[in-house]
Design a protein around this ligand. Sequence first.
Ligand SMILES: *[C@@H]1O[C@H](CO)[C@@H](O)[C@H](O)[C@H]1NC(C)=O
Ligand SMILES: *[C@@H]1O[C@H](CO)[C@@H](O)[C@H](O)[C@H]1NC(C)=O
Ligand SMILES: *[C@@H]1O[C@H](CO)[C@@H](O)[C@H](O)[C@H]1NC(C)=O
Ligand SMILES: *[C@@H]1O[C@H](CO)[C@@H](O)[C@H](O)[C@H]1NC(C)=O
Ligand SMILES: *[C@@H]1O[C@H](CO)[C@@H](O)[C@H](O)[C@H]1NC(C)=O
Ligand SMILES: *[C@@H]1O[C@H](CO)[C@@H](O)[C@H](O)[C@H]1NC(C)=O
Length: 214
Amino acid sequence: MNISSNKTTINLQITITFCVLLFTCIIIEAKCIRGCNLALASYYVLEGTNLTYISQIFNQKIPEILQYNPHVLSPDNIQSGTRINVPFTCQCLNGDFLGHTFEYTTQKGDTYSKIARLAYANLTTDYWIQRVNIYDPTQVPDFSMINVTVNCSCGDRHVSRDYGLFLTYPLQAGENLQSMVNGSGISTDLVLGFNPGFNFSAGSGILFLPARGK
Ligand SMILES: *[C@@H]1O[C@H](CO)[C@@H](O)[C@H](O)[C@H]1NC(C)=O
Ligand SMILES: *[C@@H]1O[C@H](CO)[C@@H](O)[C@H](O)[C@H]1NC(C)=O
Ligand SMILES: *[C@@H]1O[C@H](CO)[C@@H](O)[C@H](O)[C@H]1NC(C)=O
Ligand SMILES: *[C@@H]1O[C@H](CO)[C@@H](O)[C@H](O)[C@H]1NC(C)=O
Ligand SMILES: *[C@@H]1O[C@H](CO)[C@@H](O)[C@H](O)[C@H]1NC(C)=O
Ligand SMILES: *[C@@H]1O[C@H](CO)[C@@H](O)[C@H](O)[C@H]1NC(C)=O
């Protein structure tokens, strides 16, 4: 009687310890649980780029894109040097980070670096593309489907509960914290809060900026 009751206690302790360990493991492992329906990619328009192309590489319909770009007056002729907001769903990928994987068909002579810098306008990096594809970076086949992952944000309630929609914003050379918030009504503290450790002096890198909906 006594012995059996002791055994039960030990078993119970083991079970509890195991559960606590498992629970801790799950919390440490899962860096995100869910994403959000909407994020925006800030796409810097290079000379010769058009909405048909942007629509293709982000697999998003042109009228849907235009809803987030009231500043575009002539959709058939978008201005180089401006930015187009492209809506996409922000997902929790591998329980690890927030992002979205687009399918891109490689063109002749494409490299991961070219795809990141030119096709996707620095919304991702060659390293980040390399991480989600089986092909060796020196042997990317032409006219094949590859994965292109773009990071995103759904906000951070520890910084502010007021924002749920975010732009994934590649900093251009010449842009800095001041020019970023200029006229946006967003404080520099808020930008820094949502982008801890971001190095503005580098003149490059990917920021998450609070945005307004359509
Ligand atoms: C749009 O851009 C793509 C890629 O740069 C190009 O191949 C295509 O001819 C352009 N379409 C128009 C209508 O300009
Ligand atoms: C991406 O960044 C590189 C330099 O880091 C720059 O040469 C290139 O023009 C940028 N692409 C776009 C679309 O701004
Ligand atoms: C995307 O997010 C992951 C996790 O935070 C980070 O390691 C990676 O460098 C980011 N990729 C880019 C292109 O910023
Ligand atoms: C793209 O990602 C999917 C899902 O992770 C994977 O099965 C597929 O092999 C990847 N494509 C390439 C070309 O690596
Ligand atoms: C802020 O915007 C105003 C008006 O658009 C401009 O004159 C000024 O140079 C900008 N300041 C910075 C730091 O970019
Ligand atoms: C920020 O970027 C600048 C320019 O690339 C570099 O000189 C500096 O060391 C960087 N600072 C940090 C803290 O990484």
